[in-house]
Design a protein around this ligand. Sequence first.
Ligand code: IMP
Ligand code: MG
Length: 438
Amino acid sequence: MTNLVTVGLQWGDEGKGKVVDCLAGGFDIVARFQGGSNAGHTVVVGDTTYKFRIMPSGVVQGKTAVIGNGVVVDLDVLIHEIEQLARSGIPVDLVLSERAHIITPLQIQVDGLIDEARGKNRVGTTRRGIGPTYGDKILRSGVRMIDLLNGDEDRWNAFFEYQRGRVERLFGSSVECHPHRTWLRLRQMAMTLRDSVADTGEFLVNATDSGKKVLFEGAQGTLLDIDHGTYPFVTSSNCVAAAASVGTGVPPSFLHDVLGVCKAYTTRVGAGPFPTELSDEMGEELRERGGERGTVTGRARRCGWLDLVALRYASRVNGVTALAVTKVDVLAGIRPLRVCVAYRINGEETTRFPADSRVLARVEPVLEDVEGWTPEEIEDWRSSSKAYDDLPGGLREYLALMAHHTRSRIALVSTGPARRDTVVVEGVLSSLTDASAL
Ligand code: IMP
Ligand code: MG
């Protein structure tokens, strides 16, 4: 009995989709606990590339997929992904929370209106209705899966009028959808999923008690967390490990291990402070080499050096004991390679991660050169032993630096997009001892 939570330690896009796909073989159930179709997880299997926005990535391995109450669900996207998987010969065994809030077209419209109205202070959201849907949940005005199944159109009409009031009075716009037709469509989509709807906490507790193993998949990343991230340039959910409990309905004692996923460098999509950002040719080179474009919005990602201050902070917030480091191949041949070991604020050096985004925007990163590794070294390693101890020396030093700063151990290293470009270090996480997919 060992459940595992995987979380992103940066601003999302750490390569969680690939890591989860590699590990899912050792688990019975994969579960999403927060976020919605703002996420974009890419999984490459042979010649096929899967892109998920709401499905847990582990579904590709044929595992039972749980979508917890903490997820905000766009039914259009969910049904589309189920159909796509069925066409690829992967029938989905889905358990969807009856308590999950539904993203409606109204909230998608409001997402755009709010971010536009912010002008130069805009967050640069993915415009998938995430913020307004979580906002309505907290305001106790949302629509849940159970409401659609119960078929109470009067409640829906009250919700619609509240949204209409907001759009018209606050933004001077008019709503883009029709109340009754939208209701019929949402209700019809919900009904097609009704056999999958359940209490996800009950399901997961029973499964764990009967010896099944659960892999909880975080979306976005710690620095986008609504409480612990770079507020207000964050998403509207808790992305940290603890959210796996609240977001699915299992007690915290059911989260046994936490694996932090981080990229060997740093990226960010959307607005907000980014101390190690490279606005020069090196930033452009990282973007090109790493294919750093958003899965959901297609936006170019901002790129920069590895930030060990932020990484240490994120590891502490999550209680990470093990790291999965991705995209080390992208850095091959870059010399000198640099990492940020501290921030300088008003002439003073600190390793504390500031809570104020305006302060973070002004810090000067203290950078150190590290040796690096070459594409040839990675190629040699790939075609020979593929053991962790045989990784290029410069890369092992880099990984040791990451482990040291985060007080954790390296559990997995990804050297390319394919499953075979992965090395799992045995014995680091008890839940990974039988990660057999590799
Ligand atoms: P929202 O989640 O659409 O409200 O967007 C808020 C911020 O989080 C924006 O800067 C987005 O670019 C960012 N964001 C949301 N989801 C992801 C993700 O999955 N990866 C990376 N950035 C994300
Ligand atoms: Mg992504």
